[in-house]
Design a protein around this ligand. Structure first.
Ligand code: NAP
Length: 251
């Protein structure tokens, strides 16, 4: 009896928060997983063990997505462990320092663009070159984790972060057109106010303060973002590319 090939998904920033929730949801849908992280070794190893216990394969891969050499090494490691790649979830992202325009400086911006913009571009380049049907691939899907901030422009603060996600949205639209003829779909998910360590970069209590301003009067969970990502990654979205799902409680 031959075992059925499971699709392979790479999630960047999979150690915790939204990325870890996507990984757990993907394992429930029988994906094999490459779990990227940059610092959280123990959390990623624990998550990988959990996924293996559920019967799927899991490969923790350390790489700073803002560093091209590390991205190349990550894809090399994935090539050695898996038979191709079906889905890339560009989830890794940083806040880039909380604050208003006065707090912005060149070093902060350079790091923000490297992780939030160059990272998704470099990972998309490597993933697409493996997925494209004109290059021997099976086709595939890229899901970019943007933010509702890309549309709102931030919340009177954190505009630099919002601008980095605006670039992710533009990239999503453009790459969806460039890659559509070659069997690669590219879509985006825009989370709103989601509970995670991300808000540790802001003054304490920000999530609680902002929740009443959300039409649904609450913040969202990482699990609630994961469902939208899995939909866009999978066969039910086979005719969807260049689209976005806002997971914002109506914001
Ligand atoms: P989080 O809890 O802070 O987790 C960030 C993840 O990204 C971690 O796994 C971290 O790995 C990884 N990471 C950070 N820098 C990296 C780098 N240079 N290379 C590789 N991995 C890196 O954040 P989150 O809330 O889950 O956010 C996930 C995504 O959703 C981000 O793109 C964020 O902008 C977006 N988002 C979040 C919200 C929200 O309200 N939470 C709203 C809108 C959009 P380590 O653990 O190893 O550091």
């Amino acid at each position: 009896m031959t075992s059925e090939r499971r699709p392979v998904m790479l999630i960047t920033g999979a150690s915790r928060g939204i990325g870890a929730a996507i990984a757990r949801a993907a394992a429930r849908q029988r994906y094999d997983l490459a779990l990227n992280y940059t610092h959280s070794v123990d959390a990623t190893e624990e998550l990988a063990d959990e996924i293996r216990s559920a019967g799927c394969r899991a490969l923790p891969v350390r790489a700073d997505v803002g560093d091209e050499a590390q991205v190349l090494q990550m894809f090399h490691d994935i090539d050695r462990s898996f038979d191709g790649l079906d889905v890339l979830v560009n989830n890794a992202g940083i806040a880039g320092g909380y604050g208003t325009l006065d707090t912005v400086d060149e070093a902060m911006l350079a790091r923000l663009w490297a992780v939030n913009v160059s990272g998704p571009f470099l990972c998309a380049r490597e993933a697409a070159s493996r997925m494209r049907t004109d290059r021997g691939g099976r086709g595939g899907a890229i899901v970019n984790i943007s933010s509702k901030a890309a549309v709102l422009g931030g919340s009177g603060e954190w505009v630099h972060y919002a601008a980095s996600k605006g670039a992710v949205d533009t990239m999503t639209i453009g790459l969806s057109k460039e890659l559509a003829p070659f069997g690669v779909r590219v879509n985006g998910v825009r989370p709103g106010l989601i509970e995670s360590d991300f808000h540790d970069h802001a003054p304490p209590g920000r999530v609680e303060r902002m929740a009443p301003m959300i039409p649904m009067l609450r913040s969202g969970s990482a699990d609630e973002v994961a469902g939208a990502v899995l939909f866009l990654a999978g066969p039910d979205a086979s005719y969807i590319t260049g689209s976005f799902i806002d997971v914002t409680g109506g914001r």
